[in-house]
Design a protein around this ligand. Sequence first.
Ligand SMILES: Cc1ncc(COP(=O)(O)O)c(C=O)c1O
Length: 470
Amino acid sequence: MTNPQLEGMEIADSVLDLIGNTPLVRMKRISEVEGITCVLALKAETTNPGGSSKDRPALEMILAAEASGELKPGGTIVEPTSGNTGVGLAIVAAQRGYKCVFVMTDKVGKEKVDLLKAYGADVVVCPVAVEPDDPQSYYSVAARLTKELDAYRPNQYDNPNNPVAHEKTTGPELWRQTAGRITHFIAGAGTCGSITGTARYLKEMNPDIKIIAADPEASVFSGGSGRPYLVEGVGEDFFPAAWEPDLLDDIIPISDEESFLTARYVSETEGILIGGSGGLAAAAAIKVAKEADDDAVVVVFNPDSGRGYLSTVFNESWMTNFGFLKECDQCVGAVLDTRNASIENLLYVNPHQTVAEAVELMRANGVSQLPVCKNTPPFANAEVSGAVDELELMEVIHRDPSVMSTAVEKVMSSKLPTIGVGQKVEMAVEMLETAPALLVLSGGRPLSVLTRTDVLSYFTAIAEDAAARG
Ligand SMILES: Cc1ncc(COP(=O)(O)O)c(C=O)c1O
């Protein structure tokens, strides 16, 4: 977009001209600490006007919809999104005179809603606790609004212009910025727009460039079922339209724990504030760079800023409650260590098992409550959906003995309160005043159930130990 009035001056014609051309910066301090001898560089997508890589597809999708006539002057854009894509669309919409309506669930934090409203967008909040085909669900509301408002729905998961944006911009930028010497490109994948589009261009220029996806451990791209994991924006439970596995040389699964700890490590060591998905990609890139030859040029794609994760990845109590950080040495983990080792670490029932089976499991192991977990085994993939408690089961069976053959999910109660393996024992004591038991998390995953008896045994062991030592 050229404007003769701006000739010779460094003034962008509009904010849209500031999308893309993000800098590449060497991760010099991390390289020193990790003994990395090749070039390891980070593509800093935070310098896009909306602070993320999603400005690129937002612009491309809207320009394509204008060209095809799907989006008319003064028209409306409806998209179910709460994140970076919403910001990108809102920026382009503001500049080109469209109205934006974003549909999201009530699970989304107020900050994210306020951010989109700040750009002049309308936000419709739907209840998260309804089935997808419920008229109130976020899918149904987005579909109804698109129809009622005769709106354009970009649908980034299906839209071919999402990867095209990266094929046209991110790929050529990396080729130019590395003088064609890039050897490895590492990125997380959500819609797969970034990795697929960038890979198409880079492989065209040099088929030997290694394209590596960093993926949350439970996501489908690295062979998981899609859940559960906590890192946001990457990994999926289905394969989006832009998933092109032939372009990938490797897929490295990374745990939530490693993603979050690496995000903090990179932020503190380099002074580059990155989020959980940036941490995920950086963790994979560090592994690759450590193994690479000295003449390798390894580029990691950082999609957005850590600023969006101040209440999670960069919040001490959130990180400790999920068992990612420890606040003491003698903490909840020590209580578990002193417990009778014959009890399996996590006893659970599946939601479809019967009440009779749950009762039998409790009796055989002498426990009075069990978490209800889906997706097990493998145990590491446990997704907790509720809990059953001896007292509650006794009441329902007393009222109706036929309930014994009913699936546990029909009678289960809400989930047990959670505590991190590295939280203080005092916290467990406080929580157990009102809760019958706690679910202990380690690395974001359920590790064990903690009861009042466990804590009492721990205190007894400490007292006995002290007495024995005189
Ligand atoms: C916040 C966020 N959104 C989305 C993505 C994934 O990008 P794409 O949807 O292009 O695959 C990433 C990638 O790391 C991300 O961190």
